[in-house]
Design a protein around this ligand. Structure first.
Ligand SMILES: [Zn+2]
Length: 287
C-alpha cells in the first residue's frame, strides 16, 4: 500500500483481512448444501446453475489469493503481475490533455476517466501484463470510513449486530448507491471484495449497468441474466454474496427485500438437504 500514512495502512490491512474472511466464507458457500441460508442467498443473487456457481467460486478464490498477505521482501506467488497495489491518494495521477489521466505508477493512461466523486473505490487492470492491478481507495471514502466508531463487524460483540445495523441505517451516507440495510452492512470490507473481483485474479468482473448494478435490489434484478449479463459477472453481486456469507456465519440472515433477520441457530448449517422455506424468515426478528 502506498503512499498512505500509518493509520491508513493499518485500516486497510484490517480491511483486507476482513475481506479475506468474507471471500473465504463466500467461497465455501458456493458449494451447495453447506447451509440452507447460503443456498438461498446464492439462488437469490445468481439463480442456479453449475456454470454460474463455478464462476462465482473462481472469482472468490482469486479474491482470497489477492488478500493473502505476501511476506515482507517476497514477491507474490505468480510474479509481480499477481500483485495488487492499493493507493490512498491520487498523487501519482497527472491530468493530461483531453481529459486523459496518466498513472505514473504503471506508466499508462487510464482507460476510463476515474471518478471519485461518486465512487467509493475503483480498480484498474493495466494493459501491461507484468504490472500489478491497481485499487484506488477514494480519499473521501477512506476518510469517512476511518472516522466511524464501528468500522468492522468484528468490533461488535455477539448479539450486538442489531445495534450496529440501526446505526448504519441512520447514516445518510452514500444513499445514492445503498438501497437496503444489507448494502450498508460490512460496507468497507465489502467494497474491498467488490474491487478485487475487478482484478485479473478476481476474474475481471464488471459493474453491469454501472451503478445500476450496485446494491441488493439491483443485484436481485440481475440475478437471472445469462451470457454477458450473467450475475456472476457483476462485481457487487459477488461482494454481496461474500458479505452475506459472513453474516450467515455469525448467525444472521438477509430477507429477500434486503432487510436483516436474526439468523437460524448454528444447527441449521448442519442440517441435511431440504427445501429452503423463505417463509421461515418471516418469523425471525428484524434487526
Ligand atoms: Zn465496481
Amino acid at each position: 500500500m502506498t503512499p498512505g500514512n500509518d493509520a491508513q495502512r493499518a485500516f486497510l490491512t484490517e480491511g483486507f483481512t476482513r475481506a479475506h474472511a468474507l471471500a473465504t466464507f463466500g467461497e465455501s458457500y458456493t458449494a451447495e448444501h453447506q447451509s440452507l441460508d447460503g443456498d438461498q442467498v446464492f439462488d437469490w443473487l445468481f439463480s442456479n446453475g453449475a456454470t454460474v456457481r463455478n464462476a462465482v467460486r473462481m472469482s472468490l478464490q482469486g479474491v482470497i489469493e489477492n488478500t493473502t498477505p505476501v511476506p515482507e521482501g517476497q514477491e507474490p506467488q505468480g510474479g509481480p503481475f499477481a500483485d495488487v497495489r492499493v493507493y490512498c491518494t491520487h498523487d501519482r495521477i497527472t491530468e493530461g490533455r483531453k481529459n486523459r489521466f496518466f498513472d505514473k505508477s504503471i506508466g499508462e493512461f487510464l482507460k476510463a476517466k476515474f471518478e471519485c466523486s461518486g465512487a467509493l473505490a475503483w480498480t484498474m487492470v493495466p494493459t501491461d501484463a507484468s504490472k500489478p492491478d491497481i485499487v484506488q481507495m477514494c480519499p473521501w471514502f477512506l476518510d469517512y470510513a476511518m472516522k466511524q466508531k464501528v468500522q468492522w463487524q468484528t468490533q461488535i460483540g455477539g448479539g450486538k449486530i442489531g445495534s450496529m445495523i440501526s446505526k448504519l441505517k441512520l447514516d445518510k451516507f452514500a444513499t445514492w448507491a445503498m438501497y437496503t440495510p444489507v448494502d450498508l452492512f460490512q460496507l468497507y470490507e465489502k467494497v474491498i471484495v467488490h474491487e478485487l473481483t475487478h482484478t485479473r485474479r478476481g476474474g475481471q468482473k464488471a459493474d453491469l449497468d454501472g451503478f445500476g448494478g450496485y446494491g441488493w435490489k439491483n443485484a436481485r434484478k440481475l440475478s437471472t441474466g445469462t451470457g454477458e449479463r450473467s450475475p456472476s459477472r457483476n462485481a457487487d453481486s459477488l461482494g454481496l454474496f461474500a458479505s452475506i456469507s459472513g453474516l450467515i456465519m455469525d448467525g444472521g440472515m438477509v430477507q429477500e427485500n434486503g432487510n436483516f433477520v436474526h439468523g437460524p441457530s448454528a444447527e441449521t448449517k448442519k442440517k441435511k438437504r431440504g427445501a429452503f422455506d423463505a417463509a421461515s424468515l418471516k418469523g425471525r426478528p428484524l434487526f
